[in-house]
Ligand binder design. Structure first.
Ligand code: C5P
Length: 212
């Protein structure tokens, strides 16, 4: 299959040297890409700035901002048969980007923020018969309810939900404890490596594709 994977954070510029971002390491998305490649799928990996090596064989499209990531997904969606949106897209960007470095002297600046585009929700208008997998990184016990809400809203076939504050889950660790939320309900997976979670996601996509 042709699988489009997004990974990592995005960076939203404040001025030429500063930005807003988040703690995503890119590990989960890179693990999905690696698992897909292991199975012989073709992978385009749209990646925000990360410091981990790309899996061999992936075609990496590096991006910085949410707007860049949306443009890259827009370009590669037509090619793809499945989209796995692992990226932790920044939800807000500074409304105005200063062309010069903002000086420290004087009053502290007040940042006005604007929403970034929801890449997955926008892609859903062009879903066709593609398989869409989204993620829901939450903080708290109601993460499965949130994942179910996002699955419907963003027209995903599968949302992989997790509580990023749970032990062994979340940022910069090699493991994750996730729940698969589909139209059929919730499947809780045990704590496992991100690569193993990636393999389960690829299994799920393959099974889903075989049913179509
Ligand atoms: O609403 P929330 O950000 O929690 O949704 C998470 C899912 O939506 C993830 O799959 C993420 O990659 C995607 N997303 C997106 N564009 C955004 C924000 C999130 O595609 N601006």
């Amino acid at each position: 299959m042709k699988i489009l994977v997004t990974a990592g954070p995005t960076r939203e510029a404040i001025d030429p040297v500063r930005y807003i971002s988040n703690r995503s390491s890119g590990r989960m998305g890179y693990a999905v890409a690696q698992a897909a490649l292991e199975r012989g799928h073709e992978v385009v990996l749209v990646s925000g700035p990360v410091s981990i090596p790309a899996p061999a064989g992936a075609r990496v499209v590096p991006v910085v901002s949410a707007a860049d990531m949306k443009a890259a997904v827009d370009v590669h969606l037509a090619w793809s048969e499945a989209l796995v949106m692992c990226a932790a897209v920044a939800d807000w960007r500074p409304k105005r980007v200063s062309a010069v470095k903002i000086k420290k002297r004087g009053a502290s600046p007040v940042l006005q923020l604007a929403r970034t585009p929801d890449i997955l929700a926008a892609a859903s208008a062009r879903k066709g018969d593609r398989i869409f997998v989204g993620f829901a990184a939450e903080t708290g016990a109601d993460f499965e309810t949130e994942a179910a809400r996002k699955r419907k809203k963003k027209r995903c076939d599968l949302v992989v939900g997790n509580d990023v504050t749970a032990p062994g889950a979340g940022f910069d660790v090699e493991t994750n404890r996730v729940s698969f939320v589909t139209v059929d309900g919730v499947e809780r997976l045990p704590l496992m490596s991100k690569l193993e979670v990636g393999r389960r996601i690829v299994d799920w996509i393959e099974r889903q594709a075989a049913l179509r």
